[in-house]
Design a protein around this ligand. Structure first.
Ligand code: CP
Length: 354
């Protein structure tokens, strides 16, 4: 049995296969109409969502399967004090596959250790969002025709933007990728993402603040929302919330082949006058989420055998503590604190000495 906790759980060959299946579904949806007949998807959303939850629902219905779940923690027994582990144990008895979103980083790892059915991470705090990355990759394939030799500008909230972290980790496995990381100083990419992905693969990247100066060199421009819900200091959010706005007038020097992406929802970072530009691909990107999630559900339903649970080679270490306030290990009762290479296995952040 396989889970999708972070995008690197899948090889590049598996990602290629998912993209190919999604393209085939787009071409011939009728072939897949009963492909998951009799199967049940659980959608457990402890945080709000429009695209991810509804595209998973649409995907399972389009495969002939059924869906059950909840769309907020408030409508679940979490409000009575139930742990995530107990919730997942219950739901894995009612379903064949689970897609979950949770505000705590590493929550899907905890879920995968107790679930008897595949667990899909549909976003965990400011950490990862691997199914958004699959959606991004499908759009890149359709628009650019390749995953190699691309200059990718990522603009906005690189600190809390989980879609950014997953996209970077996925793209560092391809050749000839250059990143232009566009953000204010306060919202730069976290050190663990730089260390684990960019530095490890020797990927070329620059960190800049000007969106306008970056645009002419880009093959892909990935705009992101400033993540209001992740800021501890609301005044800082107010100060930074309008730091970038892409307008049609700014695209004069952009490549004709530029692909403009955004995981959505957008607030003010892309003006509506960009929507009519043929280079704007973000609505097509969101629509594609349905098809790539169909391919993903089919792939995971087929997997059998040993659960690829996390933490097999991680160790308890009483001299270390994870001080990330957003990590699931800080709140979930009864889970083991585990570390690998000095980092917490749930949130990937460097642990501190007690
Ligand atoms: N892109 C994305 O995750 O959107 P939702 O929050 O609406 O699911």
């Amino acid at each position: 049995m396989r889970n999708l906790v972070d995008i690197l759980d899948f090889s590049t060959e598996e990602i290629d296969e998912l993209v190919e299946v999604a393209l085939d579904i787009i071409e011939s949806p009728e072939k897949y109409a009963d492909a998951a007949k009799g199967k049940i998807l659980g959608t457990l959303f402890f945080e709000p969502s429009t695209r991810t939850r509804l595209s998973f629902t649409s995907a399972m219905m389009s495969l002939g399967g059924n869906v059950l779940g909840f769309d907020s923690a408030q409508s679940s027994s979490v409000t009575k004090g139930e742990t995530l582990s107990d919730t997942i144990r219950m739901v894995s008895g009612y379903t064949d596959i689970i897609a979950m979103r949770h505000p705590k980083e590493g929550a899907p790892i905890v879920a995968s250790t107790v679930s008897d059915v595949p667990v899909i991470n549909a976003g965990d705090g400011g950490h990862y969002h691997p199914t958004q990355t699959l959606t991004d990759l499908l759009t890149i394939k359709r628009r650019c025709g390749r995953f190699d030799n691309l200059t990718i500008g990522i603009c906005g909230d690189l600190k809390y933007g989980r879609t950014v972290h997953s996209l970077i980790s996925a793209m560092t496995r391809y050749t000839g990728i250059k990143f232009v990381l566009i953000s204010p100083d306060e919202l730069k990419l976290p050190d663990y993402v730089k260390a684990d992905f960019l530095d490890k693969c020797g990927c070329e990247y620059s960190e800049v603040t000007s969106l306008e100066e970056a645009i002419p060199s880009l093959d892909i421009l990935y705009m992101t929302r400033i993540q209001a819900e992740r800021f501890a200091d609301k005044n800082e959010y107010e100060r930074l919330k309008n730091c970038y706005e892409l307008t049609a007038a700014m695209l004069g020097n952009a490549k004709e082949s530029l692909c403009i992406l955004h995981p959505l929802p957008r607030v003010t970072e892309i003006a509506v006058d960009v929507d009519d530009d043929p280079r704007a691909a973000y609505f097509e990107q969101a629509e594609g989420g349905r098809y790539i999630r169909m391919a993903l559900i089919l792939m995971l339903l087929k997997t059998k055998g040993v659960n690829d649970r996390r933490g097999g080679d991680a160790m308890p270490d009483t001299s270390l503590v994870c001080n990330n306030p957003h990590c699931i290990s800080r709140t979930e009762r009864g889970i083991k604190q585990l570390y690998k290479n000095g980092c917490c296995i749930y949130c990937d952040q460097k642990a501190e000495k007690v």
